[in-house]
Design a protein around this ligand. Structure first.
Ligand code: 0O2
Length: 224
């Protein structure tokens, strides 16, 4: 495939990612405007580069023709949440959408990967409209907390920087760091639940949230 072919191939993926960033940002704003609990903190997205697609295809021994069917994270949308429970609220939001057909859900939050990686992955099919007619593509949603994201981005950048050659001792320390991160997430989620209970019992009263309003006004579509 030449550069033009790749551009045409990737166009529906770009449209899908851009579209879902806008759709999810809009949901976030609706929650804030209606004064409802908002589980979405940050929405970002990316389309895999041609190099990254070819590398993954080579690693998994996937033929060029099989790429659209077998590499299901060419289009990726990431949603970052505050608390673990929010990850599942976002899962419900995504899986109940009528514009998506859910294919698989991998819960690396409940069952982290051996590396220590945590995130909820939802793979779905999405129909994009092209001048040749409808084109069904795969899109991957990664839903995670700030804490999970902090760990994953550092681990990913170390692996990327050193071509997955980081020493075993460092891998072990990263695994330990992930376990510490999991404890932090659980504790922050417990704190939130306790605060919710105090609010229910009218022992704590919410004031208008100036931070969230300010963020709402400042926030625009964010991309990686
Ligand atoms: P990039 O730069 O994000 O594109 P999936 O089928 O996707 O639900 P699976 O089978 O584990 O899960 O797939 P894969 O291909 O191993 O991982 C898909 C993506 O998940 C990765 O994309 C990462 O974004 C993330 N991921 C998976 N495992 C790890 C991990 O151990 N550490 C970190 N930091 N991220 C992980 P890419 O292509 O690696 O990168």
């Amino acid at each position: 495939m030449n550069s033009n072919d790749w551009q045409s191939f990737l166009l529906p993926y770009e449209l899908a990612v851009e579209g879902f960033i806008v759709k999810l940002e809009s949901i976030r704003k609706q929650y804030i405007l209606k004064g409802l609990y908002n589980p979405i903190e940050i929405v970002t997205g990316r389309v895999k580069t041609v190099d990254a697609i070819l590398q993954k295809a080579a690693r998994l021994e996937i033929d060029l023709k099989e790429i659209p069917e077998k590499i299901q994270d060419i289009a990726g949308v990431r949603i970052i949440c505050k608390y673990i429970d929010d990850v599942y609220l976002v899962q419900d939001l995504i899986t109940s959408r009528r514009d998506l057909k859910i294919i698989t859900i991998k819960d690396y939050v409940k069952k982290p990967k051996p590396s220590g990686y945590q995130s909820l992955h939802i793979i779905a099919q999405y129909v994009t409209e092209t001048i040749e007619g409808p084109n069904t593509i795969y899109i991957e949603f990664q839903v995670r907390t700030h804490v999970m994201h902090f760990w994953a981005s550092i681990e990913h950048s170390l692996n990327y920087k050193y071509d997955y050659q980081i020493p075993g001792t460092i891998k072990f320390r990263l695994l330990k760091a992930s376990q510490a991160a999991q404890k932090l997430d659980v504790e922050m989620t417990k704190i939130k639940k306790t605060i919710d209970k105090l609010e229910e019992k009218h022992e704590l009263k919410k004031v208008k949230n100036p931070l969230e309003e300010k963020e709402y006004k400042l926030n625009s579509v964010r991309k990686e």
